[in-house]
Write a protein that binds this ligand. Structure first.
Ligand code: G4P
Length: 292
């Protein structure tokens, strides 16, 4: 089963985002720090064109920092400004405002030189579902303004929130779904909750999680399930070992369904520790296939 990456309502949401982008000076793209490339919209530059952009690695509290540093360099080498945040705990949010002001300082100085009184900088947040867009807005504004259950395609009157005297933020984040064919990206987006479980082949996703864990975080995997598996072991064999440890057999067979759910739940509740799904070396050595 192939995941349906780009459901119809996403096309409508993308059109709406493009409309709103016309109103802003700078865009904050939130990505999940556990997979900054997979949750980044590869068409951002096409969509956003000449606007300033800041890539915000949110959920920095959940990722493997060794990998994060490599990804930060990767994006910076492509000309992006990168800021790390933990929106849930309001960490580093002011840095985003400072960076935005820095990025627009030249434009503002030019206006001042021409005798134009600059208006407040206008900004908006965009990103794939579940990267923390609403949390980011609410924590930044210190109120619950952005509805965490916001739905793509549901329009409402937009409002500008004042972050300080120089900068305003659109109250509704733009939900952008990357359009791509790469199934690995899709499986990662499923693990971070960007794609709904009911349109996802969770068996494939959980076997893929085993693959990533055994290759890059074998000790975490073994410690959590008290196993002694090796990176050479088949993914299915590892799944069966987990099933054996955790669930009773059903009619003589492993309880695959419960094991699949357990694996995904354990990832989403950080039972494996600080994990980054986008492994820098693996992806950069294989970049062409990633970009299709
Ligand atoms: P979205 O608008 O981009 O769809 O994301 P949203 O703000 O709804 O956040 C999705 C989930 O991610 C929420 O958890 C939120 O608390 C969590 N989150 C946001 N930013 C961070 C962060 O920097 N670190 C961590 N660890 N979590 C973050 P939830 O379980 O769905 O809701 P709740 O139980 O927290 O209310």
């Amino acid at each position: 089963m192939v995941i349906q990456w780009f459901p119809g309502h996403m096309a409508k949401a993308t059109r709406e985002v493009k409309e709103k982008l016309k109103l802003v000076d700078i865009v904050f793209e939130l990505v999940d720090a556990r997979c900054p490339l997979s949750s980044h919209n590869m068409y951002l530059d096409e969509v956003v064109k000449d606007k300033k952009k800041i890539i915000i690695f949110n959920k920095i509290d959940l990722c493997d920092r060794k990998e994060t540093v490599k990804w930060k360099n990767y994006f910076e080498n492509k000309g992006y400004v990168v800021v790390y945040t933990d929106a849930k705990n309001s960490n580093n949010l002011n840095k985003v405002i400072d960076k935005a002001k820095e990025e627009l300082a030249e434009k503002i100085a030019r206006q001042v030189a021409k005798g134009i009184k600059p208006r407040a900088i206008r900004s908006m947040v965009i990103g794939v579902p579940n990267v923390g867009k609403s949390t980011f807005i609410n924590k930044l504004i210190k109120k619950n303004v952005a509805n965490t259950a916001n739905k793509p395609g549901v329009t409402k009157k937009q409002q500008w929130l004042k972050l300080n005297k120089d900068i305003e933020l659109l109250d509704t984040p733009g939900i952008l779904m990357p359009k791509f064919d790469n199934q690995e990206i899709g499986k990662k987006l499923s693990l971070i909750g960007s794609i709904k479980d009911d349109i996802t082949p969770l068996d494939d996703v959980s076997l893929y999680l085993i693959e990533l864990l055994k290759n890059n975080y074998l000790e975490n995997l073994n410690n959590h399930y008290k196993l002694n598996v090796k990176a050479e072991d088949e993914n299915l064999t590892i799944m069966e070992k987990i099933a054996e440890k955790r669930f009773k057999k059903i009619g003589g067979d492993y309880d695959y369904d419960s094991t699949i759910k357990l694996l995904i739940q354990d990832f989403r509740t950080q039972k494996f520790g600080l994990i980054t799904l986008d492994n820098y070396n693996e992806i950069v050595n294989n970049e062409e296939s990633y970009e299709d």
